[in-house]
Design a protein around this ligand. Structure first.
Ligand code: PMP
Length: 300
């Protein structure tokens, strides 16, 4: 599903067949979760491939690397150029791009100087599907921001997300909504959260969440529509019985929520602000953007 015999990846400065690229079983990342990554989408914008918010994603990539003391020898511009080359080499337009920095062989808990970069891409439908989601409040909390940099996209953080989604699926739900250590709503396993009440959108502030790029895009769209967005802490009880709710994420895009812990939202999804934002988002991502490939790259 992620690759076939023709798929090309960028691995440690080389364009290789995915089926022939290699990684070490002694990578510190594999054992201890100390890698960083991004999740980016590209779209077919009038026949041209457009990587949505490439700059923002690669800025966060470098931020995550810095937080984890992982060296990255590539700039935002170089990573963006490589992404366009990757898509071109794989004949992809509507795609999901996964850049990953993983560490070299080391079984100690000291940081490692050898860093590997992998860039790969594949076609991926809407991550949470198209139907309204049946969501449960998770028994797992988001990681304590004093224990790990929750605002960075670190591979090891996703053990928390996997536990939450596994619990939700086992109980017959589609997705989990995780609280922070104070009992306020934080975010989904791989998406940020918004709810709507009397024409106002509410979303948790930064601090216990990944600062989602789609979250900011949804806030920009809301602002353009003249809709107020409040960044506030709120308990899950404030969400139940509200007018509507949705998740935002690069993979999930804008995904409407039907129920929280079995409790439905007051409005039909089509009547919500979330629905309007979802429509505007689909238009926006297919607009050609200005982060075009650099004309020359030393990896050509
Ligand atoms: N929270 C978490 C935990 C995530 O993994 C993601 C996906 N990257 C998001 C939020 C949404 O972030 P973005 O909109 O930048 O994809």
């Amino acid at each position: 599903m992620y690759y076939n015999n023709d798929t090309i990846v960028f691995s440690d400065g080389q364009w290789l067949k995915a089926s022939e690229a290699k990684g070490s079983l002694y990578s510190q990342t594999l054992h201890y979760g100390s890698g960083i990554f991004e999740g980016i989408r590209s779209y077919d914008a009038n026949g041209e491939v457009s990587v949505f918010k490439a700059k923002e994603h690669y800025e966060r990539f470098l931020y995550s690397a810095e937080k984890m003391h992982i060296k990255c020898d590539y700039s935002v511009e170089e990573l963006t150029a490589l992404t366009y080359e990757l898509l071109d080499k794989n004949n992809l337009k509507d795609a999901y791009v996964r850049p990953l920095l993983y560490l070299g062989e080391n079984m100690t808990l000291h940081t490692v100087d050898t860093v590997h970069l992998l860039l790969c891409a594949w076609e991926w439908g809407k991550y949470l599907g198209d139907s309204l989601l049946n969501v449960m409040v998770s028994s797992y909390e988001r990681p304590n921001p004093k224990a790990v940099p929750v605002e960075a996209k670190v591979t090891g953080h996703y053990t928390n997300s996997i536990l939450a989604t596994t619990e939700a699926k086992a109980k017959g739900f589609d997705e989990a909504l995780l609280l922070d250590r104070n009992g306020s709503v934080a975010e989904g396993s791989g998406a940020n959260f918004f709810f709507e009440k009397e024409g106002i959108l509410y979303t948790p502030p930064l601090g216990n969440i990944l600062p989602g790029i789609t979250r900011l895009t949804a806030m920009d769209i809301a602002e353009e529509m003249g809709i107020e967005v409040r960044e506030e802490y709120f308990p899950p009880e404030a969400v139940k019985g509200a007018d509507g709710a949705f998740f935002t994420g690069t993979a999930a895009e804008i995904a409407g929520i039907g129920f929280l812990d079995g409790s439905p939202f007051r409005l039909q999804w089509e009547e919500t602000i979330g629905f309007r934002i979802a429509k505007a988002y689909q238009k926006l991502v297919r607009k050609p953007h200005s982060n075009k490939k650099l004309s020359e790259s030393k990896w050509n």
